[in-house]
Design a protein around this ligand. Structure first.
Ligand code: THG
Length: 368
């Protein structure tokens, strides 16, 4: 079967360029096509870690909250303290429901005094924020604006982006951003991105200018060996960046998902899930997202979750994403592991198409 295309599945302003440059497999994210890999995933990884890669991540949609109550509402919705959110500095901001379940893990950007974007992962936050603000009768307008991120990632990303926008981008700190207009293209240039190779996200504010922006970056990147790419399974597992919905299930909380460091429970103000999160922290987790080192031959990436058991055959949890790591030359996995099997060094077994394989539990991020 092939996945059908129709009006419900959207295409980003960079889709045609990234397909023409060689993207071959894709998934759907926020009801938009997210390209994933070319025919040569090893070359994808190499360009990202050695040179520079250009990713169509237009599916990282923005939920824009605008109006006099924007900051107040965003503070109430986020489990991270956003009271000090400054124009020009982004923050990773987990969102929870009233029971403390993690419902998304966006990046929050205050683009001007009264305007905040949540740059969301793959769940319907537009509905959620509209519902919460409707109940509160906040003075805000909430829309999904015409804003599509394009990511430039890798050790040569700075040289590439500086060649287009100027030397000032070299001074931009991690998670800092600037809103500019470049040759008639409105965009936000932010030092961020879903890899640990360094780089930028260019939040294009006019979908009609997507191919123009792509071509500018591509031309500037050519001397640096630019290649089309996408959020990379192996690299993001090696360096552990959370993929909401892949590494979490509908009941995961931020502590279980290993992003508890981004939850601020000491704040004065109330926020959605605060009470439940305080209780959860008190009780301690019953399961946790952990790393796995899996023995044997390279495993195929992006499998469906499979069972985990301890050597006497009792259930210990379930795997999430798995990839063979080019850097560590072994199979790495992420798994939701039930207490007490979650302790680093615990020996478990993973189900594979050809039988159970030994695996060892590790902390996240991996420390190999
Ligand atoms: N960029 C933007 N939007 C996004 C993502 C992104 N939306 C979907 C998804 N990714 C959201 N998830 C994450 C997960 C991790 C990070 C960003 C978004 C991230 N974390 C850094 C880290 O863990 O080192 C820094 C966190 C911090 O210090 O605040 O970058 O990638 N626009």
């Amino acid at each position: 079967m092939q996945l059908a295309q129709g009006p419900r599945v959207r295409f980003s302003p960079f889709y045609r360029k990234s397909e023409a440059a060689g993207m071959q497999t894709a998934t759907v994210y926020n009801r938009m096509v997210l390209p994933l890999a070319t025919e040569d995933p090893e070359a994808d990884y190499e360009a990202l870690t050695q040179r520079v890669a250009l990713w169509d991540v237009g599916c990282q949609r923005q939920v824009q909250v605008q109006g006099p109550d924007a900051l107040k509402l965003c503070q109430y919705i986020s489990a991270r303290d956003l009271s000090q959110l400054k124009i020009g500095v982004a923050k990773y901001a987990p969102l929870c429901d009233h029971q403390g379940r993690l419902i998304n893990d966006p990046v929050a950007l205050r683009v001007d005094e009264d305007t905040i974007w949540f740059s969301i992962a793959d769940s319907d936050i537009l509905l959620w924020v509209r519902a919460i603000s409707g109940e509160r009768e906040d003075n805000v307008e909430i829309i999904e604006p015409d804003v599509s991120p394009l990511a430039v990632q890798g050790p040569r990303a700075t040289d590439t982006v500086a060649a287009v926008f100027g030397e000032w981008v070299r001074e931009l700190k991690f998670f800092h951003f600037k809103r500019i207009n470049h040759e008639g293209i409105p965009l936000v240039v932010c030092r961020s991105g879903w890899s640990k190779q360094g780089g930028f996200e260019l939040f294009l504010e006019d979908g009609n200018k997507g191919e123009q922006l792509w071509d500018l970056i591509w031309a500037a990147g050519e001397p640096h060996g630019i290649r089309v790419g996408a959020p990379n399974y192996a690299e993001r597992i090696e360096n552990f960046l959370l993929a909401w919905g892949s590494d979490t299930d509908p009941d995961s909380d931020p502590f279980e998902a290993a992003i508890g460091d981004y939850v601020d429970l000491g704040v004065e103000h109330d926020f959605v899930g605060k009470k439940a999160l305080l209780a959860k922290r008190e009780q301690g987790p019953t399961r946790e997202l952990k790393g796995l080192l899996i023995d044997g031959e390279p495993l195929n990436p992006n499998p469906q979750p499979v069972g985990l058991q301890n050597p006497n055959g009792s259930r210990a949890g379930e795997t999430r994403d798995i990839a063979h790591s080019p850097r560590y030359k072994q199979n790495l996995g992420l798994a939701i592991i039930e207490v007490p099997h979650n302790l680093p060094g615990t020996k478990l077994q993973v189900e594979t198409p050809n039988g159970w394989r030994p695996a060892t539990v590790t902390d996240l991020p991996f420390d190999l």
